[in-house]
Design a protein around this ligand. Structure first.
Ligand code: NAD
Ligand code: IPM
Ligand code: MN
Length: 352
């Protein structure tokens, strides 16, 4: 039995999560063995109790579940994002989810904002280190100056880069390391050394370091030569939102964070790339596709490829029919979009 912990979170998180749950029910109705438990961690509870995620909850998440399905965190009433650190950054760090995989696979030509580039010409996998860099959250503010420290350990960088080489080898595509070693001599110097070492172990992979600033320019000019992009936590965060734009916006982008060498039960977290979108709260305009496609990534990782493919095809079918939420140029509300995707699941499937 696959045990899934569901954390809807803040803002549009609960709205988009409500649209993903029927896909869990659908998989269950097809005979897949899964169950889920909702954890109400988020801003509301933090404001009421001062605690966003209790120790007892963390232990239950880690030891009694196989995967986390996550909406979004972030609330304007907590401007320093302290509760988001307690929940999301804690889970990424303490579950050792070093690898954040953010695939960019545009579905529809019309939604690709680049001149003359077709959807099926772009297939980029971003692998972002998910626990370190400035996300160590160490630093200080003094009179007249402020500092944020950035940590890069050999262990975490090697885990991330090895996954990136493996993926590029299995796809038979190029691997780029996005870096700023020209400035960040210590941290990114370490990335460059480990990259060069692994390159010797994966001679079939064309592995190229590229300055992150130049990478952004090259991606917008022509994303077609890129295959896998590896990056540290900070650069990977920026690159993955740019690539979400190539797919048609943040409403469509999905991700998984995982631990290749976990010695605990819960080793994968599935979440859309977008945040809690406070500007959309209460308007019923959020696009649930990124959340639903994250559930598809969960099914794929569980080995349920038919279900994963069925969901991806259903999202494509809805987009091809010209329907969509406002971010896609359509008029559907969040729940209508979720329902439209459900309606396009194969008819023979029981329970729908
Ligand atoms: P955001 O991703 O929430 O929103 C950026 C823009 O994209 C907004 O205009 C928003 O309306 C739009 N957008 C986002 N998701 C959408 C969807 N599903 N459908 C349609 N439009 C969508 O990023 P932000 O505004 O920079 O951050 C808002 C809050 O979310 C902050 O507190 C931030 O820290 C948090 N955040 C959380 C996560 C996460 O939980 N993983 C990720 C990013 C940002
Ligand atoms: C993301 C978000 C988070 C990040 C924030 C909410 C801490 O932007 O998941 O991409 O920076 O990692
Ligand atoms: Mn981000």
């Amino acid at each position: 039995m696959l045990q899934i912990a569901v954390i809807p979170g803040d803002g549009i998180g609960p709205e988009v999560m409500a649209q993903a749950i029927p896909f869990l029910e659908w998989a269950q109705a097809r005979g897949r063995s899964l169950a889920w438990t909702v954890f109400p961690c988020g801003a509301e509870r933090f404001l009421a109790t001062g605690c966003a995620l209790s120790e007892e909850e963390f232990v239950r998440l880690r030891d009694d579940h196989d995967a986390l399905l996550f909406g979004a965190v972030g609330d304007p009433r907590i401007p320093d994002g302290r509760h988001a650190e307690e929940i999301l950054l804690r889970l990424r760090r303490d579950l050792r989810l070093h690898v954040n995989h953010r695939p960019c696979f545009p579905l529809l030509d019309r939604l690709v904002p680049l001149k003359g580039v077709a959807a099926n010409e772009i297939r980029i996998d971003v692998l972002r280190e998910n626990t370190e860099g400035p996300y160590c959250l160490q630093g200080e503010t003094q009179p007249g100056q402020a500092m944020d420290f950035s940590i890069h350990t050999e262990a975490a960088v090697e885990i991330l880069l090895r996954e990136a080489f493996r993926l590029a080898a299995s796809r038979g595509c190029r691997l780029h390391l996005a870096h700023k070693a020209n400035v960040l001599k210590h941290g990114h110097g370490l990335w460059m050394r480990i990259f060069a070492g692994l390159k010797l172990q994966f001679p079939s992979v064309e592995a190229l370091p590229i300055h992150a600033d130049a990478l952004l320019c090259a991606l917008v000019q022509d994303p077609r030569p890129f295959g896998v992009i590896a990056a540290d936590n900070f650069i990977g965060d920026l690159v993955s939102d740019l690539l979400a734009a190539f797919q048609g916006g943040l409403g469509l982008a999905a991700s998984v964070s995982f631990s290749p060498q976990a010695n605990h039960r819960c080793a994968a977290l599935f979440e859309p790339v977008h945040g809690s979108a406070p500007d959309l709260v209460g308007l019923d305009l959020a696009n649930p596709s990124g959340m639903i496609l994250s559930a598809a990534l969960l099914f794929r990782r569980a080995g349920w490829e038919d279900e994963a493919k069925a969901i991806e095809s259903a999202v494509l079918a809805v987009l091809e029919s010209g329907l969509g939420t406002r971010d896609l140029g359509g008029t559907l509300a969040c729940g209508q979009m979720g329902q439209a995707i459900l309606n396009h699941l194969p008819r023979y499937i029981a329970g729908i």
